[in-house]
Design a protein around this ligand. Structure first.
Ligand code: C3B
Length: 838
């Protein structure tokens, strides 16, 4: 098929007819009306906001499609090296606003929609988030797609089209988290293109029979075959025609798959098997930072990697090149260990289907894959039970054993007689059952490995992958500090600030949004009073926008004259929402002890929390319950409520973050040192002029390097101290009353029932009283001092606004454009391929 002439017919005829909707308003209204009538089969008289949103989305999609087609044609013609980003999670959020901004069509659509009697702002609210991810790792993948397209890089994403994204979080009257499904596809999804013609069969179970001695071919037969069907999501770049692709796989039963069962009268068995095929892509696993060894999760991972690899290889083969050139045309980025099965799967294809010998195949494999680690927490390192792997993927288990044997021979040769080293580096962990260590497999099967911030990358090299650094040498290991897309996380979520930046710098936003270091030009305006006033007024309006959102969705009236203090992220002990809520209680107790005159001198503060807890994470859920009940008590206290109030906003999402982040004065990134690999919301807050309270951890460190340590409120023990402290807790425990009386007082108030039945919170409080693995006690006093410094700094509002401006101005490094170009140059060896520029 590589020889096929493309396109068919006369090319100029195709070219002149490849046109999207013109930026002309008449054309826009025509196109929207046309979609209302022909795509939705509706009329003006029965059109609601949802219908109007859908028609507008389809009209915008027409534009993207033209660019998308042209981009794919261009890439096919130029045949450059391509990169593929394999991620089980893509936390995309909404698309319409982002697409309008990237296509530079927002004002025209705003006017067009207006002429049709609707408001664009209302239509934007009709869209449901595409929430196919848990948190940072999934949102990072989404930012990288935006940057790849914006930087004209030939990068595709591959993921799963879950029928249900991350669960919807409800909060019961008692303050408990409840989980409801997220049927995000129920209203139809205008942003995806089903590709029923792009499908692959994926096998599970069955038998694998070796056809030769040693590491040769095998025949894998029988078992269950499932169909993977492609759905494409267009990814428009910012102010470029380059429009990349995110290909999501849906599982379906293979057609005619088990007629035999039907014929044998086993109707129920046949239907059941059809259910199990569809089950593979039914739901996103809601755990973050933990692995469970669930059969369906392993099936998801294999289904997705097998379909993606088959698709990548088919595209490569269309080039008509020989297979040994595969690494010259393809780079595959493994987003965490979730897609590690791609390594044995590519070995299987090269050996069993392409008939290559082992060494040659391994040479290809280890030049194609790149692996990013996102955490050093031990509970997050994926391991799969060998019996499960053997059952579901018998051929892959053989290949993993073969890889392991050859690898361990090489280790033995380099470090003779070091049995413990062999045991640590083995792909197989001994035990009952034995387990496959996916991080080890990803590491030895990849060309390069990186962490996501300087400190984290160092920790990867000195802890979890230390033996591998000693074996392979340090040059195989690197760092790419995470980034965020300034399109969504400044221009889209904070349009007023974006406008002020453009007018002040006298640079069109299309320029600074793609060269974020240009923000440095704002530094000198920090000294101008008028500019500071405008800057502060925008923050104030963003706070009012948030307050309005809370009022209309939850019915609470928020005090917008207070400082807004925000912590929004997954609930996890290592992220220490506990430290924050205990600090809030401490502040409340202090306020209670003051006279009214003393209180009047206090900096009024509103504290916001949002975040989901994994459904089975008991302590995290109990933390939510405590926050909600503390809020209930202190928000109702007439003595203090003007000085301190607290909200837990349910169902945290990308869209909610877009309202919260621009409104924050201060945000909290307070993980135990050494536990947060990077963090990315810290970058979003700073880009929007919010300051940080944080530990010396993850990307906080690099943010402080850029914006100046005087503009960050650091506290807490440093990473090298953490291990010693834990050791002391274990062998020389000191009661909290002695170690930190202020904290002991707070804990006693909880146990004493100040926030409802104290017994309920005992398991949570005991994590601190006993063991205190995350060092809440050790960091508490220093945390309270940091918050006091925040209060003091906020009193001098002029200085505060200067800090805010200087923070935004120095965030250039944290654009995901910088990060993705780093991957392109230092890892993938990829060049930008701009459409329409040659
Ligand atoms: C997260 C880490 O916890 C964050 O520090 C990091 O910024 C992001 O990844 C992106 O690199 N992470 C996650 O969201 N889920 C995991 N399973 C592991 C790490």
């Amino acid at each position: 098929s590589g020889k096929e002439k493309w396109p068919r017919g006369d090319e100029t005829v195709w070219k002149t007819n490849m046109r999207g909707v013109d930026a002309d308003i008449g054309d826009i209204t025509k196109s929207v009306v046309n979609h209302v009538q022909t795509s939705l089969a509706r009329q003006a008289y029965n059109l609601d906001n949802l219908g109007a949103y859908q028609a507008a989305a389809l009209s915008v999609r027409d534009n993207m499609l033209v660019n998308w087609n042209e981009t794919q044609l261009h890439y096919t013609r130029k045949a450059p090296k391509r990169a593929y980003y394999l991620s089980l999670e893509f936390l995309m959020g909404r698309t319409l606003d982002n697409a309008l901004l990237n296509l530079d069509l927002k004002s025209q659509y705003k006017d067009g929609i207006n002429q049709l009697g609707f408001s664009l702002e209302d239509l934007l609210e009709e869209e449901r988030d595409a929430a196919l991810g848990n948190g940072g790792l999934g949102r990072l993948a989404a930012c990288y797609l935006d940057s790849s397209a914006s930087q004209d890089l030939p990068v595709w994403g591959y993921g799963l089209r879950y029928k249900y994204g991350i669960f919807q979080q409800l909060i019961s009257p008692e303050g408990n988290q409840l989980e409801a499904p997220d049927p995000w596809l129920d209203n139809q999804n205008p942003w995806e293109l089903p590709r029923i013609d792009v499908n692959y069969e994926v096998r599970f179970y069955g038998q694998s029979e070796r056809l030769s001695e040693g590491h040769g071919r095998a025949l894998w037969t029988g078992g269950q075959e499932v169909l993977a069907v492609a759905y494409d999501v267009m990814i428009p770049g910012c102010h470029t025609r380059n429009t990349n692709n995110l290909r999501l796989w849906e599982s379906k039963p293979k057609r005619g798959f088990d007629l035999n069962s039907f014929n044998a009268g086993n109707y129920e068995g046949a239907v059941e098997s059809s259910n199990s095929a569809a089950a593979i892509t039914s739901v996103l696993y809601p755990n973050d930072h933990t692995t469970f060894g669930k059969e369906l999760r392993l099936k998801q991972q294999y289904f997705w990697t097998a379909a993606s690899l088959a698709d990548i290889i088919r595209r490569f083969k269309n080039l008509g090149k020989s297979i040994n050139e595969f690494p010259d045309y393809v780079a595959i980025q493994l987003n965490d260990t979730h897609p590690t099965l791609a390594i044995p799967e590519l070995m299987r294809i090269l050996i069993d289907e392409e008939d290559l010998d082992w060494n040659f195949a391994w040479q290809i494999v280890t030049n194609v894959f790149f692996f990013t680690n996102h955490t050093v927490l031990p509970e997050a390192l994926e391991k799969w039970p060998v019996p499960l792997m053997e059952h579901i993927l018998p051929r892959h288990m053989q290949i993993i054993y073969d890889i392991n044997m050859i690898f361990l021979q090489a280790v033995e040769k380099k470090f003779p007689g070091d049995r413990e080293r062999l045991a640590r580096m083995s792909l197989i962990e001994e035990g009952f059952p034995k387990q496959v260590r996916m991080a080890n497999l990803a590491c030895i099967g990849s060309r390069r490995i990186n962490g996501v911030a300087e400190l984290h990358s160092q920790l990867v090299q000195t802890t979890i992958l230390k033996d591998f650094v000693e074996f392979f040498g340090v040059s195989k290991f690197g760092n790419v500090t995470n980034g965020i897309t300034p399109r969504r996380w400044l221009d889209q979520c904070n349009p007023e600030l974006s406008k002020l930046i453009s007018s002040t710098l006298k640079i069109d936003k299309s320029v600074w949004l793609k060269d974020l270091y240009k923000l440095k030009g704002l530094v000198k305006y920090a000294e101008e009073k008028g500019f500071r006033a405008e800057w502060a007024a925008i923050k104030q309006r963003n706070k009012e926008r948030l307050a309005h959102h809370i009022e209309t969705t939850l019915g609470f009236t928020v005090n917008t004259n207070a400082m807004f203090d925000v912590q929004i992220k997954r609930l996890h002990e290592y992220k220490r929402q506990t430290l924050n809520i205990l600090g809030v209680i401490h502040r409340y107790l202090e306020l209670k002890a003051m006279t009214p005159a003393q209180r009047k001198k206090v900096n009024p503060k509103v504290v916001f929390f949002a975040g989901k807890a994994a459904p089975a994470y008991y302590i995290a859920k109990l933390t939510i319950r405590l926050i909600v009940n503390v809020a209930r008590v202190i928000n109702a206290d007439p003595e203090t409520k003007d000085y301190l109030s607290l909200y837990f906003l349910p169902d945290y999402s990308v869209s909610l973050a877009e309202v919260l982040i621009p409104a924050s004065d201060i945000s909290q990134h307070i993980s135990t040192a050494g536990t947060e690999a990077s963090g990315t919301s810290n970058m979003k807050f700073c880009l929007n002029g919010g300051l940080l309270v944080g530990t010396v951890d993850g990307a906080n460190i690099e943010i402080a390097e850029e914006v100046g340590e005087e503009n960050v409120f650091f506290f807490g023990h440093l990473t090298p101290a953490v291990e010693d402290l834990r050791y002391q807790h274990m062998y020389h425990p000191v009661p909290v009353d002695e170690a930190c009386p202020a904290l002991a007082n707070v804990l006693n108030q909880i146990s004493g029932g100040l926030f409802g039945d104290g017994g309920v919170y005992e398991p949570l409080v005991n994590t601190i009283r006993q063991g205190d693995y995350y060092l809440v006690t050790d960091d508490f006093d220093s945390y309270i001092r940091a918050l006091a410094m925040v209060d003091e700094a906020y009193l001098d509002r002029d200085e505060w606004v200067k800090k805010s401006i200087c923070t935004t101005a120095n965030m250039g490094k944290f654009s995901s454009d910088r990060a993705i170009m780093d991957y392109a140059q230092e890892y993938w060896n990829l060049e930008p391929i701009p459409v329409g520029k040659d």
